[in-house]
Design a protein around this ligand. Structure first.
Ligand SMILES: *Cc1c(COP(=O)(O)O)cnc(C)c1O
Length: 424
């Protein structure tokens, strides 16, 4: 079967042919690759074509595809039973690993997706503070729960639907939208809604409108504004956790959130995520407290095995892995610079922007030349380089990307950027 045939078959039974919107390649006018295998830094599609992968499942695979230790842990766990709906010691061990890397995670609850993690953290913040309103930033993406799907990034931005249908206005009205990298906009919302805001939720490094690093002092200002207002600060570390540093963005920027959400890497490639933070706040979560949150498959034994194997490797080898990630990211950053494309990078996540400069705000990100990006994407794909099919996503570099592949990618970048510029 060809990719085209697979896609046609899928479209007959799945909305848009995919189970998550950006996979459809709609913004770049190509046919999605149906993948059959991942190994190290490569993926292979149904037509037998191999690509160097910079999507890496959108972040989880910091150790690459089919990492031996992780796969072995999953196989061992699976052979002992797929799910119990009863506690296992592995769940405790995984929460301990998260707390070891991020000391603000005093109590941790495991869930199944990043969407659930952020949604539940917001509920805990509301339960603890007794306030209803929340502040989020335009262009930040926190999954697809109702209250957070307001001026969202990622697929919403790619598909130009930053405000989803099906979200009741009364509910979306509880979400106040601030401007990323603009602490003044938060101060203004606090002033307008004095004593009503439960929390500020932020991607400490925005990575769903392309990578937009926090301005110097931005996260610190959010910390002190929240303290003054009695609101909680929630870091959405679903991408940045165990990625931009072993201790995530909180460690990299030295700011301690009250609550944080983790996903992607903490599941080691399986459906697992986590939220947690201050002991007094998290003590509000059932059965310890009155904020209800539950899950049949939460803390699933196979998923926790994958997460645990991944986090142990990251802890034991962090002094080697994180500098290597930094170096590989910097290598690709340089390739974009040489090609004359503005690029933003934090560690091993980076985005080339088809714009006069790398954006510092949502408005600037929205002004990128999407048609030029689409031409660049097509040229990369045809050269065997699998990058995200959207201007508003990150490139993910893993610990197993080889020097040889990185060099090939750098050469492909030079050619693809030329094509994007001249082929109109
Ligand atoms: C991916 C992502 C989410 C949502 O996680 P899912 O597992 O896709 O539900 C939330 N926040 C951020 C920052 C993300 O990148």
């Amino acid at each position: 079967m060809t990719n085209r045939e697979c896609f046609d078959r899928a479209k007959a039974v799945i909305p848009g042919g995919v189970n998550s919107p950006v996979r459809a390649f709609g913004a770049v006018g190509r046919t999605p690759r149906f993948l059959v295998k991942g190994e190290g830094d490569t993926v292979t599609d149904v037509e037998g074509r191999m690509y160097t992968d910079y999507v890496m499942s959108w972040g989880p695979l910091v150790l690459g595809h089919a990492c031996k230790e992780v796969v072995r842990a999953v196989q061992d766990a699976a052979s002992q039973g797929l799910t119990f709906g009863a506690p296992t010691v592995r769940e405790t061990a995984l929460c301990e690993e998260i707390a070891a890397a991020a000391p603000h995670m005093e109590l941790v609850r495991l869930v199944n997706s990043g969407t659930e993690a952020t949604m539940s953290a917001v509920r805990a913040a509301r339960g603890f503070t007794g306030r209803d309103k929340i502040v989020k930033f335009a262009g930040n993406y926190h999954g697809h729960s109702d209250g957070l799907l307001v001026r969202a990034g990622s697929g919403c931005l790619t598909g130009a639907v930053p405000d989803s249908l099906g979200v009741p206005a009364a509910y979306a009205g509880q979400t106040l939208v601030a401007a990323y990298n603009d602490a003044e906009s938060v101060r203004a919302l606090f002033a307008e809604h004095k004593g009503e805001v439960a929390c500020v939720i932020v991607e400490p490094v925005a990575a769903n409108m392309g990578v937009v690093p926090p301005r110097d002092g931005f996260l610190q200002e959010l910390r002190s504004l929240c303290d003054q207002e009695g609101a909680l600060l929630i870091f959405d570390e679903v991408i940045t956790g165990f990625r931009v540093a072993y201790g995530g963005a909180a460690a990299r920027y030295g700011v301690r959130p009250d609550l944080a959400a983790y996903g992607k890497i903490v599941g080691g490639g399986m459906p697992l995520a986590a939220y947690g933070g201050r002991r007094d706040v998290m003590s509000c979560v059932a059965p310890a407290g009155g904020v209800y949150q539950a899950g049949t498959l939460s803390g699933n034994p196979v998923a926790t095995a994958a997460g645990l194997a991944t986090l142990r490797i990251l802890r034991e080898r962090r002094e080697e892995i994180y500098p290597a990630l930094e170096e590989k990211g910097a290598f690709l950053e340089e390739a974009f610079r040489e090609a004359g494309v503005p690029v933003a990078r934090v560690g091993s996540i980076l985005t080339p922007f088809f714009a006069p400069a790398a954006p510092r705000s949502y408005e600037q990100a929205c002004a990128c030349d999407r048609a030029a990006f689409a031409r660049y994407f097509s040229a990369m794909l045809d050269a065997g380089e699998y990058v995200a099919p959207s201007q508003f996503e990150a490139m993910f570099v893993s610990a197993v990307h080889t020097k040889e592949h990185l060099r090939q990618t750098a050469a492909a970048i030079g050619r693809a950027v030329c094509t994007a510029r001249h082929d109109r």
